[in-house]
Design a binder for this molecule. Sequence first.
Ligand SMILES: Nc1ncnc2c1ncn2[C@@H]1O[C@H](COP(=O)(O)OP(=O)(O)OP(=O)(O)O)[C@@H](O)[C@H]1O
Ligand SMILES: [Mg+2]
Length: 485
Amino acid sequence: MSESALPVPKTTILVVDDERNIRRTLRMVLEGAGFEVAEAESAEGALASLDDLEIDLVILDIRLPKMSGIEALEKIRARPESRRLPVLMVSGHASVAEAVQAVQLGATDFFEKPLDRERVLVSVRNALKTWQLEREVERLRGQVQHRYEMIGESPVMRRLFAQVEKVAPTNGRVLVTGESGTGKELVARALHRLSQRNKEPFVKVNCAAIPAELIESELFGYERGAFTGAAGRKKGVFELAHGGTLFLDEIGDMSASAQAKVLRALQSGEITRVGSERSIAVDVRIVAATNRDLEADVAEGRFREDLFFRLNVVPLRTPALRERASDIPALAVSFLREFCRENGLREKPIDDDVLEALAERTWPGNVRELRNVVERMAILSGERIGLDDLPSVGRLSRARAAEDLSAAASERPSSAPLPLPPDTPDGDDRLSLRDYREYAEKQYILATLDEVAWNISRAAGLLGVERTNLHKKLRAYGIRRDDEV
Ligand SMILES: Nc1ncnc2c1ncn2[C@@H]1O[C@H](COP(=O)(O)OP(=O)(O)OP(=O)(O)O)[C@@H](O)[C@H]1O
Ligand SMILES: [Mg+2]
């Protein structure tokens, strides 16, 4: 920013001096440069003004009747909200000792009477510019943090945040339960971030994703030659998380033998690599999560009771989105902003009635589903997001079903086979689930259009989407009448 762009409109400077003439001179100089000026005759008066007014900078005389300027500076720096406020100190007589003390106590700058107009303005402008930059840096830092934080003002979320704050700094084991997509992983990460372990690793294992025969080596590592194919030694996640947090996700899906091994590790605080005799002490804080009803699993013998009790020292539950509908508008706006920013788009406005409609839905897929819907609307909408862009509920449940291929298969009329993805070579070039979903969606739209001889209204009806939305989809997928199925 160039020098001439300052002063920022409505920058208020508090002038503190017991001499009326000095206050008047400073007021003239500062107002002449476009600043607003507030005055105080004493240090006490200055501290009161800081409480009452929005002050951007203070010019503080060192010699004041009762409380000295130096004491006032100390008080200003002691308050969190003014710790970094620019404070320029003024002294009647050049006293090096005072100047040094003032700077040590955090004065931003220091000058002597008689006041020199240019000197004052240069100092004020520099101080304001630095402060502005600091605030900008802080704002950006806040944004980055925001990405990992959870949005929620509703009573259920406030309660959850309070619990997280309380247990995070302890070593207590936490079991996070809640429906799919409610933010269990975010809670686990917040527990780590707010703990003293936050400089150490956070390691996540998805217990459901690891085949039963690999889980032991994944958890505890192995030694060279422990089994066929174990060419080297490898650390398991317990060791990798040493000093930090181990997040055992989908704990309810662990096999009985894995449960027994985890239990042993929790009981002893030690692990043994596969193929080793030696046990190794590990210091990990365990956070587990599941969307299953673990108590029911225990009652029915699917989950070990002793392990359940060891994991469930502090139970936390992430509420379903429908239990906190009041949070939906803020979540939607935040996802939209994030999405637009990530894709370098100008932020699209979203109509209030869209937010209301979103808040009325029940969201079986919870926050994840809301996020997907917002992302989709952001892509398919025009300049702004209006009711027309809202996918119908019927279509939502269909889209969800498509995520589960077997469910999708059962929903389709038996005569229409589930579309198969185009031939893909083995290995790395497999289609991602997302690409497959798009592929399947496109095929389904094409098949439906053929069924109704390309009558868009009827097709939209069958598909459970608005006509305008179907048009957008056709454009998005580049579907035209002469397309080959
Ligand atoms: N309170 C929240 N604020 C912002 N984003 C959230 C919030 N809760 C969840 N999300 C987002 O929703 C998505 C799902 O969250 P997460 O993966 O933590 O859920 P989960 O409960 O672990 O789901 P699953 O049981 O399917 O593993 C993520 O993209 C996450 O960032
Ligand atoms: Mg999860």
